[in-house]
Design a protein around this ligand. Structure first.
Ligand code: FAD
Ligand code: NAP
Length: 552
């Protein structure tokens, strides 16, 4: 479809149909689907290989929290039949190998430019195309798709004295490629979110001394991770078609599970406790699915939160430490619950101590210590498990100019505004995968990624077949969608937490609940209906005649 035009910089870079930013799972599947439409596609990735999240987050203990038989692509049956996941929750190196396998199997690497950051994308209204600056070169494309990831912009808080620290500093989201050996070292971990909760038990087993600096306690449930048997893999594979359908259509979070038809207060306490205990024993994220109202009703939520707080008190021997580890400032589930292996029990080790930096914030980092509450905690290495500027952080780092030269950052200054999480009015032909306003981070993200990629690919096919050269969300549809997303959020307990879902972890970031809580099944239906009504809520402009797919 695209006619190659010579360029002073690099002829191969001059023009394509679609520029994709990012080569995580979203970028990989986009490239595969869009190629299948006969479109010319260039993917730019700032990392040196594919995998996104799983390329960057190499910290000890990193693994998925959605079971691997579900946290995997469904678009190719042979792929899902042939790939052998080793454990219930695969470790990071295996997930990264899987991403590499997908890239090789579908011959994707040849269209991916690695070590190449996209710095800007500017819309040319006259020609209805984007000019993208990447790695010092310029490429023009009719469409740009941001597959930049929701959790890809690691955040390093600026503690006073940080530059003076003499030991190594690691961020979980930017972990070195070579193994890090903490043997014999005094290690400090700052943060107690999912990344910290996964890495703390592993670091504790290696380090001489581990000091955990906790500002906010989080709810965590045991993973009960274990090797997968052939029988377990087979039971998924033989029924994959139906199980994947259920994940996509019937589940709120894209994870197949038994869906309860009752609320927590519908059961007497004894039965309720039995049900919580059963999910605690089976392990994993589905703990939040014991009842259908845990994120809707504060009293119902308290029953689940109390159960976990009691478990913490049972496991952790020192009552003061146990008390500190018991979350008490947000409803359970209003932040993504963590899934761990021996997290709470790790605090019974003699070489592990917990420091409460809510009561005594970190005052300063010294050359060999962290100072809090006037006390110096000596450390030889620091691990920052301090999270991400989530959902909008990586998009905001790109200078994106739409109609009239307006930047997306200006438009989103008071919080992100999208229609369906897929497009933002004023930015034609610019799509976002798992953008704010879509279920994204509240779901099994591979389910959401596949849905968005399929929707975008179908849309581009529709446009090409009808000679449409630009598509743009209307302000009216966007306003309505933003209001709907907010309304649904307000009807739940989610906004009660200072979470990264709300942007609350980034000083100065507008606090708006960013993902869509409606559930992946209902959301998919909405997106499908919009497409079936000739992309209702989107404005399209049509060229003189439809263009044929390349090669047809
Ligand atoms: P990413 O994997 O984040 O990939 C985006 C890519 O875009 C990155 O490689 C980045 O370098 C690149 N990029 C960004 N900006 C630019 C730019 N300007 N120029 C060039 N390249 C750019 N989700 C689940 O559903 N289940 C899980 O178990 C789970 N575990 C997780 C564990 C960790 C440690 C983290 C951090 C997240 C986890 N997630 C999980 C969420 C996870 O991010 C998604 O599941 C999924 O991997 C996202 O894929 P993606 O392709 O959308 O984004
Ligand atoms: P996070 O949940 O945002 O946790 C960051 C931690 O750092 C919090 O404890 C936070 O405390 C603390 N922190 C941040 N800034 C601080 C400061 N200035 N001073 C002191 N403490 C500070 O980040 P994350 O653990 O990397 O996880 C992010 C998301 O990635 C997860 O929610 C999940 O979706 C995904 N993830 C999944 C897995 C998995 O199990 N597969 C693993 C890792 C990540 P406050 O809470 O007080 O802000």
């Amino acid at each position: 479809m695209a006619a190659a035009q010579p360029s002073a910089q690099n002829p191969a870079d001059a023009r394509c149909d679609v520029v994709v930013v990012g080569a995580g799972f979203a970028g990989l599947y986009l490239l595969h689907r869009l190629r299948g439409l006969g479109l010319s596609v260039k993917v730019y990735e700032q990392g040196s290989d594919v995998g996104g999240t799983w390329y960057w987050n190499r910290y000890p203990g990193a693994r998925c929290d959605v079971e691997s038989m579900q946290y995997s692509f469904s678009f190719d049956d042979q792929l899902q039949q042939e790939w052998d996941w080793s454990e219930r929750y695969a470790p990071q190196p295996e997930i990264l190998r899987y991403a590499g396998h997908v890239a090789d199997r579908f011959d994707l690497r040849k269209d991916i430019r690695f070590d190449t950051r996209v710095d800007s994308a500017v819309f040319d209204e006259r020609h209805k195309q984007w000019t993208v600056r990447a790695g010092g070169a310029t490429v023009t494309a009719q469409h740009v798709v941001l597959a930049t990831g929701c959790l890809s912009n690691a955040r390093t808080p600026q503690f006073r004295g940080m530059a003076d620290f003499k030991g190594n500093v690691y961020h979980t989201g930017h972990w070195p490629h070579e193994p890090v050996d903490f043997t014999g070292l005094r290690v400090g971990v700052i943060g107690t979110g999912s990344s910290a909760i996964q890495s703390i038990p592993v670091i504790a087993a290696q380090a001489a001394q581990l000091t955990v600096f906790q500002r906010t306690a989080n709810f965590s449930v045991p993973a009960r991770n274990a090797p997968l048997t052939d029988e377990e893999r087979q039971s998924w594979r033989q029924d994959y078609k139906e199980l994947r359908r259920r994940a996509r259509e019937d589940m709120k979070n894209g994870i197949v599970q038994v869906v309860p038809d009752r609320g927590a207060l519908d059961d007497p306490e004894e039965i309720r406790r039995e049900k919580y205990a059963a999910r605690w024993s089976s392990g994993g994220l589905t703990f939040m699915g014991v009842y259908n109202n845990l994120v809707l009703d504060g009293r119902a939520n308290d029953t689940a939160a109390d159960f976990i707080r009691e478990k913490i008190a049972e496991i952790v021997e020192d009552p003061k430490t146990a008390k500190l580890l018991q979350p008490n400032d947000h409803p359970i589930g209003s932040k993504r619950i963590c899934v761990d292996t021996d997290y709470y029990a790790t605090f019974n080790r003699p070489n592990v101590q917990l420091v409460d930096i809510r009561s005594h914030p970190i005052e300063q980092i010294l050359p060999h210590a962290v100072r809090s509450g006037g006390k110096d905690y000596e450390v030889d290495a620091l691990v920052l498990a301090t999270g991400f500027d989530a959902m909008t952080g990586s998009v905001a780092k790109i200078e994106i100019r739409g109609r009239g030269g307006e930047t997306l950052n200006d438009k989103w200054a008071a919080g992100p505004r999208t229609y369906l999480g897929l497009m933002s009015a004023g930015f034609p032909n610019l799509f976002i995968v798992t953008g704010p306003g879509s279920p994204s981070v509240l779901s099994n993200m591979i389910v959401s990624i596949e849905q968005h990629v399929d929707w975008i690919a179908d849309c581009l096919g529709y446009m090409r077949d009808r000679g449409v050269d630009s598509i743009e969300a209307t302000h009216q549809a966007e306003d309505k969608w933003v209001a709907h997303v907010n309304e649904v959020a307000e009807s739940t307990l989610y906004p009660q937490a200072n979470s990264w879902y709300m942007g609350a972890n980034i000083p100065g970031k507008p606090q708006i609940f960013m993902p869509y809580i409606g559930g992946v099944g209902a959301y998919r239906q909405i997106c499908n209906e919009v497409a079936a009504k000739d992309y209702e809520g989107f404005a399209m402009t049509v060229t003189a005649r439809p263009r044929a797919a390349a090669g047809s």
